[in-house]
Write a new protein. Structure first.
Length: 370
């Protein structure tokens, strides 16, 4: 077993009584004494603070950065205004998904946030493709997510200027005496802020935020149930190198100018496969939401079958949805079963448990759009 890496908040997690588990090569808090269900509910009702410093933060600079990144990412990045953030995908030559990421136009450079588990391969991918023409800087910074309907109340007291941001906008501010980069975004389906801060100031900032009456520390367990209810994919589970963006229901991440007929059509890895699927919709499986009719949770890896027991798909994420009040899941189904309301069955310990195909998200989003 290799030694697990620590985020700048490792000592604080221990001090707060967190249960620590290995995640993407880091020793991370899965829950605090409050417990996963209450942490989940607290985030939905009030405000939670998440340590996401294990994620990769990267700066890309040089000539025509947006055009360069468009050679790897099918989003419209040339059209991304300064101070705006956009969701993107690194695609492979055969149309699979290498990783998903956030991309910010920060003016003279672009700022990327990538998944912890894919960080090293993403950096290698950027350096292999853009390293000769552009500067790729990997940052050693902390990253905090303040999430929930009362996140804006907390931010209003500590950094009122950041409350002027709307969903997927980004800026630089001073927060609790620290120079920070803040985007209005997150991974919970709620309003909130993601805050990048120097590693040596991360603990002081986290303590200042936790001192606010609305804020509780939230672990990876609730982070997972919150993002599942929000219908958000987890890389390596709900999408991977064997999944195309169209199968994953991420057509919206393919910018209009990058599609056939657009002014910068194609020009990214796997464009022939992906854009063919965008146009013809001839993919054979689709990511769907599922709600269980019973109380038994349905976990990742459970096969999905029809009434006769024929295999028609697989669950890729699943668990109890505290805000939904039922077990929920996400998975892939053969296209003829994808319509909301369709009954399919999950195989759990030899039993066929009925599940209903559901539109996602499972909960109404709370994003602040102004």
């Amino acid at each position: 077993m290799t030694d697990l890496k620590h985020t700048p908040l490792h000592a604080l997690h221990t001090q707060l009584g967190a249960k620590m588990v290995p995640f993407a090569g880091y020793d991370m808090p899965v829950q605090y004494p409050l417990g996963v269900k209450k942490e989940h509910e607290h985030t939905r009702e009030r405000c939670g603070l998440f340590d996401v410093s294990h994620m990769g933060q990267i700066l890309v600079s040089g000539e025509k950065v947006a055009e360069a990144l468009e050679s790897l990412i099918p989003a419209d990045l040339v059209g991304l205004q300064k101070g705006q953030q956009r969701y993107g995908l690194f695609t492979s030559t055969d149309g699979g998904i290498i990783d998903d990421l956030m991309v910010v136009n920060a003016g003279d450079h672009f700022y990327l946030v990538v998944n912890a588990a894919c960080k090293d391969q993403d950096i290698a991918h950027l350096r292999a493709n853009l390293g000769n023409t552009h500067q790729i800087d990997v940052l050693d910074r902390g990253l905090l997510a303040l999430q929930g309907p009362q996140a804006r109340d907390v931010m209003q007291r500590l950094c009122p200027q950041a409350c002027e941001l709307t969903f997927m906008q980004h800026g630089r501010y001073t927060l609790a005496g620290c120079d920070v980069w803040i985007s209005r975004s997150g991974y919970t389906g709620e309003d909130g802020f993601e805050i990048s801060v120097a590693a040596d100031e991360c603990q002081a900032l986290a303590e200042a935020l936790l001192a606010e009456p609305e804020v509780e520390a939230i672990g990876l367990g609730a982070r997972d149930s919150l993002r599942l209810e929000a219908g958000l994919c987890l890389y390596g589970h709900d999408m991977d190198m064997q999944t195309t963006p169209v199968e994953a229901g991420l057509i919206w991440a393919i910018g209009k100018p990058r599609r056939y007929g657009g002014e910068r059509a194609a020009g990214f890895p796997g464009a022939d496969v992906i854009l063919h699927q965008v146009d013809t919709k001839d993919h054979t499986r689709k990511r769907v939401g599922l709600v269980a009719e019973g109380r038994a949770p349905v976990r990742e890896g459970s096969l999905l079958v029809d009434e006769a027991g024929n295999e028609i798909g697989v669950v890729t994420s699943g668990g109890f949805g505290p805000s939904v009040g039922k077990p929920i899941a996400m998975g892939y189904l053969a296209r003829e079963w994808e319509a909301p309301g369709t009954t399919v069955y999950a195989l759990v310990r030899g039993k066929q448990l009925p599940m209903s195909v559901s539109a996602m998200p499972f909960v109404a989003p709370g994003y602040y759009r102004g």
